[in-house]
Write a protein that binds this ligand. Sequence first.
Ligand code: NAD
Length: 294
Amino acid sequence: MTKIAFIGLGNMGGPMAANLIKAGHQVTVFDLVAAAMQDRVAEGAAAADSAVAAIADADAVVTMLPAGVHVADLYLGESGLLAHAKADTLFLDCSTIDAETACRVGQAASDIGLEMLDAPVSGGVKAAAAGTLAFMCGGSAAGFARAEKVLADMGKKIFHAGDHGAGQIAKMCNNMLLAVHMIGTAEALQLGVKNGLDPQVLSEIMKNSSGDNWSLQNYNPYPGVMPEAPASNDYHPGFMAQLMLKDLGLAMENSLKTQSAVPMGALARSLYASFAGKGNGPRDFSAIIELFQE
Ligand code: NAD
């Protein structure tokens, strides 16, 4: 049993923390929204009054926050987590953020002798609940060896991508591809439906043909095809469109810096910007299919 502090109990952090409790760890939780902690407390976690209080006695700290600005604010500075950590605490930031912030915070941890990894995840809320997430880690080999033991209780595939920030680069590439194949899946399904096909039948055909992809297999954007997908639950997230837009923004900024051509990613960003700009930001990202239904 490990003493673990879990900070950020939203759509992803909530079920991830639940799996750590289920695995028998002694978990202390904190979220700015007190109601987000209730379910975990009912399952046996302790609730802390602040993030700093949550980590006081922790062997490992997992954070799952929206964006880089939240991570930098939480970790750095005199009131930040790093300034209040006991020696030997392992920090795992599972948020999807820019690689620069991940490097800056990871280096700040290294500077005071603490291990920290960027460890963003893939798989969505379904995999978070099932404990089958993929983790892509950036940090030292020694830190990764320690992290694997904690991450194994929340995921099935755990990768070491390289040094600080490398996990975030892998995640950025993955999510740009996810946006592209979600949009492609949505427009293909809608084209078939406009031609009179049943979306269920068309999905089954494409899943067994060369158009098969993760969105079709796990996250069908057409309502009613996959009962457990957000599309069949009024596009309740899931993964908010505004978070996908954030991730595409990270890819675009990086493509400028590295002078990389990302025409499909750029188009995906534009479509998600237009979609989120119409008030759809808090809805699930698979609702992008509505752009083709207008
Ligand atoms: P979310 O908005 O549902 O949850 C974020 C939580 O962090 C909220 O409960 C919020 O109150 C809390 N929070 C913010 N700042 C805090 C602070 N300083 N201290 C304590 N709590 C704080 O977001 P989510 O969907 O859980 O996503 C979290 C991260 O995981 C994002 O970076 C996202 O891009 C990434 N991600 C999401 C999915 C998905 O399917 N939802 C999949 C993979 C990765």
